[in-house]
Ligand binder design. Structure first.
Ligand SMILES: Nc1nc2c(ncn2[C@@H]2O[C@H](COP(=O)(O)OP(=O)(O)O)[C@@H](O)[C@H]2O)c(=O)[nH]1
Ligand SMILES: [Mg+2]
Length: 326
């Protein structure tokens, strides 16, 4: 079908589920790095573009962003990188699961994905099961998913869109066979077209993605003016790292603004509450205010910490692009 010139596809899922291997299967060559073991050090998002099946695909291969036990700070900065790579928003989300038990851990990852991107993202999702060799003989992936209530519910929420691959063992099997990557890839391309048609060629979006895109366009214009000899690709790469730095420092700036604002408001609140609660309600004078502050400082200190930590939480809710619903 006609549609966007380049499709942005975001691959999400736990580490070791086969995201990078699937990206290589889609591209038909080993472009993304496949890890034999879960290597916490190389925790980075990678995006590559290739012309396949009649159009340009940008695959955004993420590390296990929602693995349990990842430090929040690392996850948030990596999520920012992943948003910048997918801006103004992915056309398709591929959620990678393994053909094996749908465990509490898997459920938790799905819950986190839904919370971070909102349920609106499900309109753009196709579920991909790797390790297809584990699929019992004669069973298709829908039948497999229907065995677990939780999994079947998820498949239904994603419009029934699911496919199965085996990145290791189904490479050279016959094209028409169900248990073959070629067959599954052709099916996946059909699903992608259906998602595009349903969403009128549009992509997923939210406030932070819009904000990032505006910033990217602004930086591209600035860089074009100052560096005539750079190629489009060089400009794009440089702009991405500029925006990443800017977004990170913006976050710190907002945090400090929020904390100072919170401390200011809280001090005013103590002063006026004290003044209003005074039994005989003497006239409000500078001396009285000074006195009130002095009297209340001691019992206010523990509360101040509480209020500041609430402001931190409020900051997270209001400004953290990735937890707007928490
Ligand atoms: N048997 C089998 N192994 C796979 C499959 N997909 C990935 N692997 C293996 O699982 C490990 C992790 O794969 P990788 O693509 O790096 O996972 P990622 O962390 O999600 O990117 C590697 O050893 C892969 O060879 C699959 O479909 N079948
Ligand atoms: Mg990987």
């Amino acid at each position: 079908m006609e549609g966007p010139a380049t499709l942005r596809i975001l691959l999400l899922g736990e580490s070791q589920n086969g995201k990078s291997s699937l990206a290589n299967t889609i591209f038909g060559e080993a472009i993304f790095k496949v890890k034999e073991f879960n290597d916490a050090k190389s925790f980075t998002t990678e995006a590559k573009t290739k012309f396949v099946n009649g159009r340009n695909f940008t695959l955004i291969d993420t590390p296990g962003l929602f693995d349990s036990g990842r430090p929040q700070k690392t996850v948030k900065s990596e999520l920012m990188r992943c948003m910048i790579e997918s801006a103004p928003g992915p056309h398709i989300f591929l959620i990678i699961l393994k053909v094996e038990k749908y465990t509490e851990q898997e459920k938790d990852v799905i819950a986190k994905i839904r919370r971070h991107f909102s349920d609106d993202a499900l309109k753009y999702v196709a579920l991909i099961f790797t390790h297809g060799d584990q699929l019992p003989e004669g069973m298709n992936i829908q039948q497999y998913a229907a065995q677990s209530d939780g999994l079947w519910e998820l498949v239904q929420k994603c419009g029934g869109r699911c496919h199965v691959f085996d990145n290791r063992y189904w490479r050279n099997t016959e094209e028409e066979e169900y248990r073959s990557n070629k067959f599954q890839l052709a099916e996946l391309f059909k699903t992608i077209d259906k998602i595009l048609i349903k969403n009128k060629g549009g992509h997923f979006s939210n406030t932070i993605l819009n904000e990032i895109e505006t910033e990217i366009q602004k930086e591209i214009e600035l860089l074009k003016l100052s560096s005539e000899n750079m190629s489009e690709e060089e400009i794009k790469q440089q702009v991405k790292s500029i925006v990443l730095k800017k977004q990170s420092s913006k976050k710190e700036e907002r945090l400090w603004k929020m904390v100072s604002f919170g401390v200011g408001v809280f001090s005013m609140f103590i002063i006026f509450r004290r003044a209003i609660n005074t039994a005989e309600a003497p006239p409000l004078t500078i001396d009285l205010l000074k006195d009130t502050v002095q009297q209340t400082t001691e019992d206010a200190i523990p509360n101040t910490f509480e209020v500041i930590s609430n402001y931190f939480a409020l900051y997270e809710k209001t400004y953290s692009p990735f937890c707007p619903f928490e």
